[in-house]
Design a protein around this ligand. Structure first.
Ligand code: 5GP
Ligand code: ZN
Length: 116
């Protein structure tokens, strides 16, 4: 569902009910620093609408999904990086802990591949 989920942490950040270190906002997205940064730049880019993962977002609101992807590069560049890693953990077994779509924008250190 795209409507806000009263129990969702990131819907509360979108609404301003929980504080976050906001980096940028657009019509479709909010970008804020991860509370447990894994790189010098670690920004979460989320849609304003509540969808649990990026594929669901793309199916339900393709314009918001596209805007989110475009925004990830703008955020990296705002932070001074042309190269960055974009991660969407999808499903609990893959490390997803918040079920409101979020892209992790990671940059500012050597990022190994394959990831751990
Ligand atoms: P996931 O594990 O779902 O891919 O990513 C969730 C991310 O949200 C984690 O990297 C975690 O550090 C971050 N996070 C969890 N709670 C908060 C919070 O209250 N504020 C912020 N800014 N980040 C959070
Ligand atoms: Zn939500």
């Amino acid at each position: 569902m795209s409507t806000p989920d009263p129990d969702c942490l990131f819907c509360k950040i979108v609404a301003g009910d929980i504080p976050a270190e906001i980096v940028a906002e657009t019509e479709h997205t909010v970008a804020f620093r991860d509370i447990n940064a894994q790189a010098p730049t670690h920004v979460l880019v989320i849609p304003r609408v509540h969808e649990p993962d990026v594929a669901s977002l793309a199916a339900a609101a393709p314009e918001a999904a596209a805007a989110l992807l475009v925004e990830t590069r703008r955020i990296a560049q705002l932070e001074g990086h042309e190269a960055y890693r974009l991660v969407f953990n999808t499903g609990a077994e893959a490390g997803q802990s918040v079920f409101h779509t979020h892209g992790h924008v990671l940059a500012g250190r050597d990022l190994t591949w394959p990831p751990g």
